[in-house]
Ligand binder design. Sequence first.
Ligand code: XMP
Length: 546
Amino acid sequence: MERIIILDFGSQVTQVIGRRVRELDVYCEIYPFNKFPFADPEAKTIPEDVKGLILSGSPFSVRDANSPKVDLGDFEGKLPILGICYGAQYIAHTQGGAVEASNTREYGRAELTVAEENEPVFKDIPKTSQVWMSHGDSITKLPEGAVLIASTPTVRNAAYKIAEKNIYAFQFHPEVFHTAYGGTMLRNFVKGVCLCKGDWTTESFIEATVKDLKAKLGDDEVILGLSGGVDSSVAAVLLNKAIGQRLHCIFVDNGLLRKNEFEDVLEQYKDMGLNVIGVRAADRFMEALKGISEPEGKRKAIGRTFIEVFDAEAQKIKNAKWLAQGTIYPDVIESSSVKGPSATIKSHHNVGGLPEKMNLKIVEPLHSLFKDEVRRTGRALGIKRELISRHPFPGPGLGIRVLGEVTKEKLDILKEADHIFISNLRTYMTELPPASNGFAAEEADLSPVFAPSSGKRLIPLYDAIWQAGTILLPVRSVGVMGDERTYEYTIALRAVVSNDGMTADWVHIPYEFLAKVSNEIINKVKGVNRVCYDISSKPPATIEWE
Ligand code: XMP
């Protein structure tokens, strides 16, 4: 095992650095800058499997009194180091160079010219190429012993190295898509400088995890809550591979899932050989939601009822010692991040009280994986593409998409409308969008269909979208149908693209598609006479309406 450590100074894109390193089949971990990342903080010993260190960017200036600081002496000369943006400035600032405020904040594309043809970190990169800059300060004097290795027309010290300490520093961001050869630069650092072999693959992850789970769980019984989503499903299959039928999965029908979803997904789980108990509890959830119209109140009622139903079912499983959860790496980073648990997202830990209540030990087989790695792992484990590529769906489900108080009537209307929208997204074919970050893996995940007539590569519109759904507005408006006046509900359609749900943009869905869906909903779903499309981005809106 070999790993790269990324120290996070609070940049928006630190996680992207992690994903890029993982794409090189090299395992990496992200830690807040203010914590020595290894077990032995006193002796400051660096474990042998750690092959290199990357310092991230930051919203701070190194000149700020309260800027994030790290003792580079702990790592210098012991590991190859790459500083990115703030990281590059921090190295300059602390090693005898100078960083000064520049008159203009430089943000955007720039043309990088490599100074030295044989520089290993720029191997296989043209003499000039596009990079992405985002900084206010500039490095005006290089640190002691540093050599300039690349410049742009406006930023002379765009990249430097301190050869005897094996330190590299880039003022630009190699991790973002707009840096044309960013992936190659990171490969050169990780494989050429840190000498990582790159043997961390999906297959090796599965093999190692199954072995670990076997050792950790022994003959114990384990309980896992399935949600129908990607994370819990992949966690279940991985555990099933390790301990077989000693994994007891519980899948609760809260009545707030999509049309036919409970039955369909339960069937798929059984086909996958999982030992799964389906619990029908829709009535209990409806009862709990009665009279509540405020969003957080609804979330709490749903969360509480879930815990009660799940706990009652779990009590029936004798000798259970473990609760398995589908926690993934972004959740882990989030809860220990520099900024602290983010204030920008709603509490997603709807069942946060569950582990304490049940008095079980926690096992989280996916805690080191990013979302795209979870999907890849799922595919390698033979889970159907249909399940793997499902959009995220909130725990409280349609309960927060019927705005205001949830009634059976409104819920039924919403289920029908949602079904029409989602089915059409699955059948409507669209041109493969340019990969959002230019890296091939994501594109391959979409498995496009080649349309010989047009020469275009097509995918279902559903797959070009990060998340989609319908919302039932709690107001009625006037319409006319045949000769009759109607007074019915409005359905809003929502479709967004996003990387992680923290920010999102509305999808520019073709008009003809919107027309078809609107027609079908108004004609087929009784109780709806108007359809709108939500064209708000996050921020300032959120993905869900409640
Ligand atoms: P927002 O609405 O905050 O949503 O922009 C961001 C992402 O989180 C999902 N979401 C939830 N997921 N429980 C969940 O499990 C919740 O209470 C919850 N609220 C929002 C939302 O669907 C989107 O993917």
